[in-house]
Write a protein that binds this ligand. Structure first.
Ligand SMILES: Cc1cc2nc3c(=O)[nH]c(=O)nc-3n(C[C@H](O)[C@H](O)[C@H](O)COP(=O)(O)OP(=O)(O)OC[C@H]3O[C@@H](n4cnc5c(N)ncnc54)[C@H](O)[C@@H]3O)c2cc1C
Length: 385
C-alpha cells in the first residue's frame, strides 16, 4: 500500500493544519461537555480519513501504515477522541479487507471508506478483557443463520456504528461476525445497555451492548466457513494495527503536552526569570523531548514491519508500551511545569493528564504488552539459536 512520499507528507500536513486551526482552539470545550464532534467528524469524512487504510479499489485512500500512524498522531495532538472515532472503524474495515469475501468487501468497504457507515470493534466482555479466550457471547447455528446472545463491554463507537466486528463463541471456537445494524440505542435484539462515563476520552461513546436473539446470516461469518473458530486469531491480528494506532495517538498527546509545557515555561516567571531558565524545569523538558523522540522512532519501526507484511507483534507491543508510558509521564510533567494552573480547566494539560491513562489500558494493557513482547522475544531466540 506504499504511497508516494510527497503525497503522504501532503496529507499529513493538511491534517496538521486543520487540527491546529479548527480542533486545538475548541477541543477542551467539547471534551468538558462530553459532546460528540459532529462537524469535525464531517470534516474527517471530507478528508477521506475513514477510508485511510481501505484499498483504493474499494474507494479508500489506500495509505501505508506509517502515513496512517502520522495522521492519528496529528488528530490526537488536537484531541485524542478524534483518533478514537477513526481507530475501531479502521480495525474493522481492515478485518473485512483482509478476511472478508468479495461480496462483503464490495458491499461494505466503499461505504465505510466514505464514512457513510461507521464501524466498531467488539471483542471485550464484562469478564473477558485481557483474557479474551474466556469470551461467553454465543452464536448458535440455526439453519443458514446464527443467533447471537450475550453482553459485550467497552464498545467504542458502538451506538453510532452500523457495522461491528463481534467475537462470539460457536461450536468451532471463537468466531468473528460482521454484524450490520442501524445506528442508535437499539436494533433488532441489539441494545445499548449502558453508556460508560469515563475519566477522559470523552465526546465519543463507549458502551455496553446486549445481544438477545439477534439473527445474522451465515454470510456474516468473517472468512466464511474457513473463518469458523478463527475469530480470536483474526481479531488479535487486527490489534497489531490497533497498537500502532495507540502508540501514534500517545505520541500525539505527549507532543501536545510537551508543547504546552514549553510555551508555559517561557511565559511564566518566578524569581525574576522565566521558569524555563531554572535547571529543574529545563531538565524535565529535556527528558520529555528525549522520550518523545524515542517514541517516534518506535512507531516508525513498528509501522515499517507491519507494512512489510511481517509479524509485528513484538514491535507493535514495544511501541504501544513505550509511547503510552511516555504520554502518561509527559502529561504529568507538563502539569507539574504549569504549577497550580495545570490543575485547572483553563489550560489543556488537565485534559492530556486525563486522556493519557487510557493508552496504558486500551488494545491490551501494558502488563499484557510485556507478555506479548517477552513471548515474541523467546520465539525469536528459539528460531535464531
Ligand atoms: C475507554 C475504553 C475503551 C475501550 N474500547 C474498546 C473497544 O472499542 N473494543 C473492545 O473490544 N474493547 C475495548 N476496551 C477494552 C480494553 O481493551 C480492556 O479494558 C483491556 O483489554 C483490559 O481488560 P479489562 O478491563 O477486563 O481488565 P482485566 O483483564 O480484568 O485486567 C485487570 C488488571 O490485571 C492485569 N492482568 C490481567 N491478566 C494478566 C496477566 N496474565 N498477567 C499480568 N497482569 C494481568 C491487567 O493488566 C490489569 O492491570 C476499551 C476499554 C476502555 C477503558
Amino acid at each position: 500500500m506504499a504511497v508516494d512520499a510527497d503525497v503522504s507528507a501532503q496529507i499529513v500536513a493538511t491534517i496538521r493544519d486543520w487540527v491546529r486551526k479548527e480542533v486545538v482552539p475548541g477541543a477542551s470545550a467539547l471534551e468538558h461537555a462530553d459532546e460528540f464532534p459532529v462537524k469535525w467528524v464531517d470534516d474527517m469524512r471530507g478528508f477521506g480519513l475513514f477510508g485511510a487504510r481501505i484499498p483504493e479499489e474499494y474507494g479508500g485512500l489506500g495509505l501505508d501504515t506509517l502515513t496512517y500512524a502520522r495522521l492519528m498522531e496529528e488528530l490526537a495532538y488536537g484531541w485524542m477522541s478524534l483518533s478514537g472515532v477513526v481507530n475501531t472503524h479502521t480495525i474493522t474495515a481492515t478485518l473485512i479487507a483482509r478476511h472478508g469475501d468479495e461480496d462483503m468487501k464490495e458491499r461494505l468497504l466503499p461505504r465505510l471508506a466514505e464514512g457513510e457507515l461507521r464501524a466498531a470493534f467488539s471483542l471485550s466482555e464484562p469478564d473477558a478483557g485481557s483474557d479474551t479466550a474466556s469470551i461467553r457471547c454465543r452464536a448458535a447455528r440455526d439453519g443458514h443463520e446464527y443467533v447471537l446472545d450475550g453482553t459485550k463491554m467497552w464498545v467504542t463507537n458502538g451506538e453510532r456504528a452500523a457495522v461491528l466486528s463481534v467475537a462470539a463463541r460457536t461450536d468451532e471456537g471463537v468466531t468473528c461476525f460482521i454484524v450490520e445494524k442501524e445506528p442508535g440505542p437499539s436494533f433488532d435484539g441489539i441494545t445499548v445497555s449502558k453508556h460508560i462515563d469515563k475519566l477522559g476520552y470523552r465526546g465519543l461513546e463507549t458502551v455496553e451492548m446486549t445481544y438477545t436473539g439477534h439473527r445474522v446470516p451465515e454470510s456474516a461469518v468473517l472468512g466464511g466457513a474457513a473463518g469458523l473458530g478463527q475469530g480470536l486469531r483474526y481479531m488479535l491480528g487486527g490489534l497489531e494495527l490497533g497498537r500502532i494506532n495507540i502508540a501514534a495517538r500517545a505520541l500525539g498527546v505527549a507532543r501536545a503536552a510537551y508543547d504546552a509545557a514549553m510555551r508555559y515555561a517561557h511565559e511564566r516567571e518566578t524569581f525574576g526569570t522565566p521558569i524555563v531558565r531554572h535547571q529543574a524545569i529545563a531538565f524535565k523538558l529535556a527528558d520529555m523531548a528525549t522520550r518523545i523522540e524515542a517514541s517516534r522512532l518506535l512507531v516508525e519501526s513498528a509501522a515499517a514491519k507491519y507494512e512489510a507484511g511481517q509479524r509485528a507483534d513484538v514491535e507493535a507491543g514495544m511501541a504501544k508500551l513505550f509511547c503510552s508510558e511516555t504520554a502518561l509521564e509527559v502529561a504529568t510533567e507538563a502539569m507539574r511545569i504549569h504549577g497550580g494552573y495545570g490543575y485547572t480547566t483553563e489550560f489543556p494539560v488537565e485534559r492530556y493528564f486525563r486522556d493519557a491513562p487510557l493508552m496504558i489500558i486500551g488494545e491490551g494493557t501494558n502488563e499484557i504488552q510485556r507478555i506479548v513482547i517477552a513471548r515474541g522475544l523467546m520465539r525469536r531466540w528459539a528460531e535464531e539459536h
